[in-house]
Ligand binder design. Structure first.
Ligand code: ZN
Length: 362
């Protein structure tokens, strides 16, 4: 019985099979085209590369999710947006960057150099890796409540401080702008290596001054005068404020019952008000000898005798305190260039007197 049934069926199936196959194929094509279209729409929207292999999707029997209406959550971005990306995701990101003030250009859905710049600025301001690629992390922050508006960083006054006929004068009556930044700052240790000991290995100064300092201390070393420690160099307004505040706090902790204004007055004897420090020029350095009072050292005697030949002056001496506003600081030298330094030495002027003298002559 069974074999007969089987043989009777064996003739019919081809028709049924063909019919089923045609239906199946038609359904497959419809689903496939639909899935392919959806996917294309999605990839354009998400600007995703690479595109998925199209040979797999068209013959899938289970229907693909309807991606045409799917808007990916920013936190679940399947791909990063970067230079060359385009589409709605880019447009959406550009709009957000524009709303926050990071993007100046147009919202055109094209990730070009302007968009990259905006992404970098956003990343920098939000402590993200500033690679200019909007990956899931960057986009998550961008669309979150933590995304802050653009805060422009002030462009510093980059000034060639060693140029000009009259040396730059900075004191409590002649402030530098808060965003002053000397041109050609270099890290002293990069140029001088172990010629010095450093209170801070990141100390910087203006190249010309640092090079003169190195020549000078090499000469001292050749005379057998060593070691030298750099205790201070270029200081920003921020550094100056920190140093000033620390000194005020120290005074208050060491002098029970002292008022804050007493502490400030006392601090001002040795520390310039923020904005008034000559260290801001990148031309001033504090030299000292570890564990010794500088005035008692051979280094001080050598420096006082030779600094002029290398373009440095002893900036603060006790006898000029009323003119400089700073008590004697024998360890503080200032670069003015060889000619000015020699003039200042022979005239026995402080820098305030010398600048006055030059101005009256002009
Ligand atoms: Zn100093």
């Amino acid at each position: 019985m069974m074999p007969q049934r089987n043989t009777s069926h064996s003739r019919k199936p081809p028709y049924l099979f063909i019919a089923l196959a045609v239906i199946f194929l038609a359904a497959g094509i419809v689903l496939g085209v639909r899935a392919l279209n959806s996917w294309n729409a999605y990839t354009v929207a998400a600007a995703i590369t690479p595109t998925p292999s199209p040979t797999v999707r068209p013959i899938a029997v289970t229907a693909a999710p309807d991606l045409t209406t799917y808007t990916p959550a920013p936190t679940a971005t399947p791909g990063a947006l970067s230079t060359g990306s385009s589409g709605d995701m880019v447009r959406q990101m550009q709009q957000r960057l524009k709303d926050l003030g990071f993007l100046n250009g147009s919202v055109d859905g094209q990730f070009g150099s302007g968009t990259k710049k905006a992404v970098v600025a956003f990343q920098k301001q939000h402590g993200l890796d500033a690679d200019g690629i909007a990956g899931s992390k960057t986009l998550a922050v961008l669309y979150s409540d933590q995304a802050a508006s653009y805060v422009p960083t002030p462009t510093p006054h980059v000034t060639n401080v060693t140029a000009g006929d009259i040396p730059l004068l900075v004191n409590k009556w002649n402030k530098l702008p808060d965003d002053f930044e000397p041109a050609e700052l270099v890290t002293i240790k990069d140029l001088a290596g172990d010629l010095f000991l450093y209170e801070d290995s990141k100390f910087q100064g203006v190249r010309e001054a640092v090079e003169a300092l190195i020549r000078m201390i090499q000469a001292a070393k050749a005379d057998g005068i060593t070691p030298w420690k750099i205790g201070g160099a270029y200081r920003t307004i921020k550094d100056q404020q920190r140093i000033f505040d620390n000194r005020v706090s120290r005074y208050l902790s060491e002098h029970e019952g002292a008022t804050r204004s007493q502490a400030v007055s006392n601090t001002r004897l040795t520390v310039a008000d923020p904005g008034c420090s000559e260290h801001h020029t990148g031309l001033a350095f504090d030299l000292n000898v570890p564990d010794q009072f500088f005035v008692d050292t051979a280094q001080y005697i050598w420096l006082k005798q030779h600094c002029w030949d290398y373009g440095f002056i002893m900036r603060y001496t006790d006898d000029k305190e009323d003119l400089t506003g700073i008590i004697g600081e024998e360890w503080h030298i200032r670069y003015v260039g060889v000619q000015h330094a020699k003039n200042i030495q022979s005239l026995d002027y402080c820098l305030e007197e010398y600048v006055d003298y030059l101005k009256n002559r002009h």
